[in-house]
Structures are given as structure tokens and as C-alpha cells.
Design a protein around this ligand. Structure first.
Ligand code: COA
Length: 256
């Protein structure tokens, strides 16, 4: 069987390059050097399905459908892969035009899929960590919600006033080992802050999800706001339909 491990490491900005596929990836620092962050891969759809139908994950995520089918994973991977590929092409193109210039500031991150390298060179899909413009789930009034979303989405790439949010999940077998803390720290340092000019991030976390709150705290986030009973969540497996309380965490770049 052909190994899909990177044959050797070239470098492009902070990214290592898989010599066989030409795709960028980031490697986590010790003790997680066997974990990399790459562009989404279509072959990971069955793994996403398995993870999204696990109550240890679906209990805490709001956007993915439930039950979660292969078509959901395929559609989500196609969309996020297209976004990652587009920004990677944009970066490579800018580098051809200005080979000695700094990497261009862009509006997306070319990597987000979390993979574990196995001893035989194959990979296990572990999860995902994506950053997007904020969705303002905490703004209840429909008109005001539409206004602030529109205003934030209209800000141009590189605008320091854009408010961002993070969506993340990890395969349950790998939770509690410090992996997502390292993933978020690596993405912030390598790409989100320097190359997307991200200065304010406000992820939202359901009340009770202490692990997720802790991951953000370990990366310098603080509790910004709690909005009680603001999100209507349909019944999922053993969890009833209910109004959930959201905690919004916040990270702000220090003024320099
Ligand atoms: C939340 C999630 C992404 C965290 O990833 P992870 O790799 O397991 O997190 P880490 O191991 O880096 O850190 C977890 C921290 O939370 C702590 N923790 C775990 N459960 C906790 C709880 N119920 N209350 C308080 N702290 C908790 C751990 O002790 C650890 O902190 P420590 O290093 O200070 O001991 C992962 O558990 C997950 O995918 N959960 C299901 C989906 C989800 O909740 N996504 C986020 C939606 S906002």
C-alpha cells in the first residue's frame, strides 16, 4: 500500500509542504509532533460521519445536522476543501509575482483538518478547527442580528476590526490529551494572527462544556459574555429539545 505520509519537508511561509501532493501542512509542537493540520480531504468523510454521530461530540456542536449522514460530510468537505484550495492558489500566485516579498494577507486559512500520522505512514482523521467571521448567535433581535452580521461580513480582508469565531471538534478517543489546545495555539501563531490579521475572536460555547472553555482559556481567551437561554437546539439522541445558554469567550490582540 502506498503511504500518504509527506515524503519530505519543503517550506512555504510557516507551512511544510507534502512533496508528493504539494499540499501545505503545519506540525504540532512536542509532545504532539505526530499530529498535523492539513487542508480538508474528501476521503475523510466516513470518519467525520462517525465522529459527528457520537454523543460526546454532537451534544456540544450547534451547526452540524443530526443524525449526520455521508452526504453531509461530503458536502461540508467539498466546500471547505474548495475554500482552502482557493486561498492556497492565491498565496502561490502572489509568491510567483513577488518571490521575495512577504506572504500576502488573506481572508482564510489553507489548513484546518487535524490528522494523526501512524507508524505505517497512513493518517487517522482526528477532527477539525476552523475560523470564520462571527455569527452573532448572542444577538437575539432579528433585525439587529442581520445588521451586525452584514457589517462584519462587509469588512475587507485584513481589516483589524473583523470579529471572528472558531468551530472545533476532536475524535472522542483523543480528547483530554492537550491536542486542541495545541492546534488552536499553532494556528493562531502561524497563520491567523500574522497572515489573516486576526485581532478579535469570540467563540461561543454551550453552558456545561467545561473542556472547550478550558481550551480557549489556555490560549489566552477570557469569558466575555453569557447569554442565557438564547439558542434553540432540537432533540439529539438522548438530549432533549431545549433552549441553551451560551458563553462567549474573547481573545483580543494586545495593542503594540
Ligand atoms: C472541546 C474539545 C475540542 C477540546 O479538545 P481537547 O483536545 O480534548 O482539549 P485539551 O485536552 O487540549 O484541553 C481540555 C482541557 O479541559 C479540561 N476539561 C475537560 N473537561 C472539563 C470539564 N468538564 N470542566 C472543566 N475542564 C475540563 C481538561 O482538564 C483540559 O484542561 P487542563 O489541560 O488544564 O487539564 C474536545 O473535547 C471536543 O471535541 N469536544 C466535543 C465537541 C466540542 O465540544 N467542540 C467545541 C464546541 S464549542
Amino acid at each position: 500500500m502506498l503511504s500518504d505520509a509527506p515524503a519530505q519537508s519543503l517550506q512555504f511561509g510557516p507551512f511544510l509542504i507534502n512533496e508528493r501532493t504539494g499540499e501545505p501542512y503545519l506540525r504540532l509542537p512536542a509532545p504532539h509532533e505526530n499530529i498535523i493540520i492539513t487542508a480538508p480531504r474528501l476521503q475523510d468523510a466516513p470518519h467525520i460521519c462517525e465522529i459527528m454521530n457520537d454523543p460526546r461530540v454532537y451534544r456540544w456542536v450547534s451547526s452540524p445536522p443530526f443524525p449526520y449522514f455521508m452526504e453531509h460530510a461530503t458536502s461540508w468537505l467539498s466546500q471547505t476543501k474548495a475554500e482552502a484550495d482557493a486561498v492556497w492558489t492565491e498565496l502561490k500566485q502572489a509568491n510567483v509575482e513577488y518571490p521575495n516579498g512577504p506572504l500576502k494577507i488573506v481572508g482564510k486559512c489553507p489548513v484546518r483538518s487535524i490528522l494523526e500520522e501512524n507508524a505505517d505512514g497512513s493518517y487517522t482523521f482526528l477532527g477539525d478547527c476552523g475560523i470564520d467571521r462571527h455569527r452573532y448567535e448572542d444577538v437575539i433581535d432579528a433585525e439587529e442580528h442581520a445588521r451586525v452580521v452584514q457589517e462584519n461580513n462587509a469588512r475587507p480582508v485584513g481589516d483589524l476590526n473583523i470579529i471572528w469565531t472558531i468551530g472545533d471538534y476532536l475524535r472522542p478517543s483523543h480528547q483530554g490529551k492537550g491536542i486542541m489546545t495545541a492546534v488552536i495555539g499553532t494556528l493562531m501563531k502561524a497563520w491567523w494572527i500574522p497572515r489573516m490579521k486576526i485581532r478579535c475572536v469570540r467563540p461561543s460555547v454551550f453552558e456545561g462544556n467545561g473542556g472547550s472553555i478550558r481550551v480557549f482559556e489556555k490560549n489566552g481567551f477570557v469569558l466575555w459574555k453569557t447569554v442565557r437561554d438564547c439558542m434553540h437546539v432540537m432533540a439529539k439522541g438522548e438530549f432533549p429539545e431545549e433552549l441553551r445558554t451560551l458563553h462567549l469567550l474573547e481573545w483580543q490582540a494586545r495593542a503594540s
